[in-house]
Write a protein that binds this ligand. Structure first.
Ligand code: HEC
Length: 145
């Protein structure tokens, strides 16, 4: 009985160790900064009917704190984008649909979570902007150039 348990445990351990090369945390599944800068940040800056822009709330009181836009700028500079990228990593767990960035602004009926103080900006997983967010998190953004 005892031996069986140990053997099973050993097999499980081997299984765990074997899996590691396939999913090294933050290597093959890491978030792409260029995609973030060119495709994700525009979504955070975009105005959607009936909603404030993500940046309007998320550059101030909220725990997810983006850089405020510099006076007169309509987008972030390189340094600000890098800081935003670091902040967004926390809510964009690579390769998982449970990433808060995906479920929080998505309508509950479409598979999102129950509540986002900032509103449900996307009513469907087919929404092109939501698709862009998902592709970034999943590391599957098509290379355009
Ligand atoms: C009207 C203000 C407002 C807007 C606009 C807004 N949010 Fe939020 N958001 C909040 C607040 C307040 C919280 C914290 C409370 C909560 O989780 O609901 C939050 C929480 C979040 C979280 C979880 C953060 C964490 O620390 O875990 C994510 C992710 C998020 N928002 C993404 C977005 C995205 C993406 C957009 C644009 C599509 C957006 N939000 C627009 C106010 C806003």
């Amino acid at each position: 009985m005892y031996t069986t348990t140990v053997v099973c445990w050993a097999f499980m351990l081997v299984g765990v160790l074997n899996q590691q090369p396939a999913s090294p945390a933050g290597a093959s599944t890491s978030l792409d900064y260029e995609v973030f800068k060119t495709k994700i940040q525009p979504i955070l800056l975009a105005k959607r009917p009936g909603h404030a822009r993500c940046v309007a709330c998320h550059s101030q009181g909220t725990p997810l704190r983006l850089q405020p836009l510099s006076p007169g700028s309509t987008t972030w500079n390189e340094e600000q984008s890098r800081k935003n990228f670091e902040v967004m990593k926390r809510v964009a767990v690579p390769a998982t649909m449970r990433a808060r960035l995906l479920v929080h602004p998505l309508a509950e009926a479409a598979g999102g979570d129950f509540y986002h103080n900032g509103g449900k900006h996307f009513n469907s997983q087919n929404d092109p902007e939501w698709q862009t967010l998902k592709a970034w998190v999943m590391g599957s953004t098509p290379k355009s150039d």
